[in-house]
Design a protein around this ligand. Structure first.
Ligand code: HPA
Length: 228
């Protein structure tokens, strides 16, 4: 069986190596565009080339079904996040250990029939352990919003009261479709900013991209070490 890495904001294209080959997997939901690295790891840029696909339009079902078609049974990802905890600073990495889905997306691979999928634990314990051994940092609870807008300070206070440490726009949806397809899934959070109201400055996508750039080589090393 094979492993895949989904690169989030600022990471997608950095996972390709010199011998990378494009591969496609046709699914009932659409065609998944991926690359196969020389070491056999499949890589996907979550937001497409040049970051053109926003979080609420990511083809989550195509990714999950496409990875199954490629023979993948383990999937890691990276995701830029805002921190709700003043002690978790921009530039730090963290390993997602659980999630709270407030995206309202309701994406499921099971549109037909009745399928209730267990989510204890919220992400794969094996992948979480690999990420932490590779230096991913502390375990965090990820709150997933729909985006593409950032949150309000009141929303961040609510998410913090609910037990979230970080906030992003993709990981919960990905975790759901992967688990529903039987793929072991875990995610590396790249802290790019303090969430709304934690910091008193305005948030911008440019700031997020600039922070990911600084952490990118560390993040890529942790992802590749965890994938092997
Ligand atoms: N909120 C949601 N998504 C994010 C953030 C944030 O503050 N930073 C990076 N992705």
């Amino acid at each position: 069986m094979a492993t895949a890495i989904i690169g989030g904001t600022g990471i997608g294209n950095l996972l390709q190596d010199a011998g990378c080959e494009p591969v496609q997997a046709a699914t009932q939901f659409g065609v998944l565009q991926a690359f196969r690295r020389k070491d056999g790891i499949f890589v996907i840029a979550r937001h497409g080339r040049g970051h053109r696909v926003p979080p609420h339009k990511v083809p989550y079902k195509t990714m999950a079904a496409g990875l199954i078609a490629l023979g993948v049974d383990k999937c890691l990802s990276s995701g830029a996040v805002g921190s709700l905890d003043p002690s978790l600073k921009p530039g730090e990495l963290a390993a997602v250990s659980d999630f709270i889905d407030v995206s309202g997306r309701n994406v499921t691979m099971f549109e037909q029939g009745v399928h209730h999928t267990d989510f204890t634990p919220g992400v794969s314990a094996a992948v979480l352990q690999k990420l932490q051994s590779a230096g991913a940092g502390r375990a965090v609870v990820y709150a997933c919003t729909n985006g593409p807008r950032y949150e309000t300070p009141a929303e961040i206070r609510m998410l913090s009261a609910l037990g979230a440490d970080v906030v992003g726009m993709t990981v919960a949806t990905e975790a759901v479709v992967m688990r529903e397809m039987g793929i072991e899934y875990g995610s590396l959070a790249i802290v790019t900013n303090y969430a709304a109201g934690i910091s008193d400055t305005e948030l911008s996508h440019e700031e997020v991209v600039a922070e990911v750039k600084k952490a990118a080589s560390r993040a890529v090393r942790v992802l590749l070490d965890s994938a092997r």
